[in-house]
Design a protein around this ligand. Structure first.
Ligand code: PLP
Length: 381
């Protein structure tokens, strides 16, 4: 590592813990060490913190406390929702896309291979978005109980599905609707009392809290069943002693996020628009993969033309002090082309790069990234 300050542009992969939360962690860990299931004073104060966290989260998302179930991550939330939908709601058909996060598509494939459900892969446009007409036609044609699973903010491209329209379509066809909202929580408001979505999922490390904690929302909590046999915590919906420190930090992080949400959104959109324009202005043949409409400003995905050494682009950016990604974090350990981009734009050559912003990023940082990209692509680096 050099002395130069690192520029972190991978907030869709994970985020640093909010300073204010980090400062309070030790205090919470010492003060609330009790097991929320114990009946003594230590246990009761831990239980109070757990339930006040649930209350705060349900207030932020306009739902009831019983509809919020704490989990260990977004992956667990998605898996639990699918398992419960199949076993407890009797879902026979799952409609989704093949560019969902692996915790959705791999789970759907697993149940399809087990012949528990019939899987319907919906076609997507070049931005990864499903046509509402096609969704409606499909739902009309299928006989049997359906679950539609479409993520809100795409984790690689940043395109956004219209949750209101999808839920209306699902309600009209008596289908259940799950949206993987892992990338949208903290950025968008979710009025779960009026939005007709049946299930959503969240992961705390995406919004400046700790790793290893998340939650799911279930409109009908009775539909949720434990994936793990055990102590029956979370009203029998998720066994295992609750990660109280993580849950408390996640709640605090959400409170901070929603206090400044509107201003933060605007600031990040300014960064997004600035970078989008400047990348094209470099005149190096860079193409923007994130749509101009229906996008989340946190994510900007673009295509770098092939040049000698372009397969080392992310490593060279890292050497220059810039943390970026080529796709989702789960598959970016090795520098290989994004499977999602190859599906969306099969004829496109070159490398895709995903920058994902936070309010801590500045235009000066982006200028340095542009300068570095320019040098790398022109091979003067
Ligand atoms: N869903 C989406 C859209 C994601 O981006 C991620 C993480 O990258 C997940 C689910 C999985 O979340 P976790 O890392 O908490 O398991």
């Amino acid at each position: 590592m050099t002395d130069r300050k690192r520029i972190y542009l991978d907030h869709a992969a994970t985020t640093p813990v909010d300073d204010r939360i980090a400062a309070d962690l030790q205090n919470i860990a010492f003060k609330f060490f009790g097991n929320p299931s114990s009946i003594h004073t230590e246990g009761v104060s831990a239980r109070d913190l757990l339930e006040s966290s649930r209350r705060m989260i349900s207030n932020l998302f306009h739902c009831t406390t019983s509809q919020i179930i704490f989990t260990s991550c977004g992956t667990e939330s998605n898996n639990t929702i699918f398992q419960s939908a199949i076993h407890d709601l009797g879902i026979e058909h799952i409609l989704t896309t093949d560019i969902e996060h692996p915790s959705v598509i791999q789970t759907a494939l697993y149940y399809s291979n087990q012949q528990k459900i019939k899987l319907h892969i919906l076609p997507v446009d070049e931005f990864g978005l499903v046509s509402m007409d096609i969704l409606e036609e499909k739902l009309k044609a299928i006989k049997g109980k359906c679950l539609v699973s479409l993520m809100h903010v795409h984790n690689e491209i940043g395109s956004t599905h219209p949750l209101n329209t999808i839920s209306e379509i699902c309600i009209n066809h008596q289908a259940f609707f799950h949206s993987d909202t892992v990338q949208g929580i903290g950025i968008y408001d979710y009025h779960l009392d009026s939005l007709g979505v049946d299930f959503i999922s969240a992961s705390a490390h995406k919004f400046n809290a700790l790793k290893g904690v998340g939650f799911l929302f279930a409109r009908t909590p009775a539909a949720i069943h434990c994936m793990m046999h055990g102590g029956g915590q979370e009203r029998d919906k998720r066994s295992g002693t609750e990660n109280l420190l993580g849950i408390s930090a996640m709640t605090q992080a959400l409170e901070y996020k929603y206090q400044s949400r509107v201003d933060d959104f605007q600031y990040i959109d300014e960064l997004h628009q600035y970078m989008r324009k400047k990348l094209v202005d470099l005149d190096l043949g860079i193409e923007i993969n994130t749509p101009q409409k229906n996008y989340c400003p946190k994510i900007l995905n673009f295509q770098i033309p092939e040049y000698r050494g372009s397969d080392m682009l992310l490593i060279n950016l890292d050497i220059a002090g810039i943390a970026a990604s080529g796709g989702s974090a789960c598959s970016s350990g090795a520098e290989k082309p994004s499977g999602v981009i190859s599906k969306l734009k099969p004829l496109t050559k070159g490398r895709s790069v995903r920058f994902s912003f936070s309010t801590k990023n500045t235009k000066e940082e982006l200028d340095y990234c542009l300068y570095t990209l320019d040098k790398l692509i022109k091979k003067k680096y």
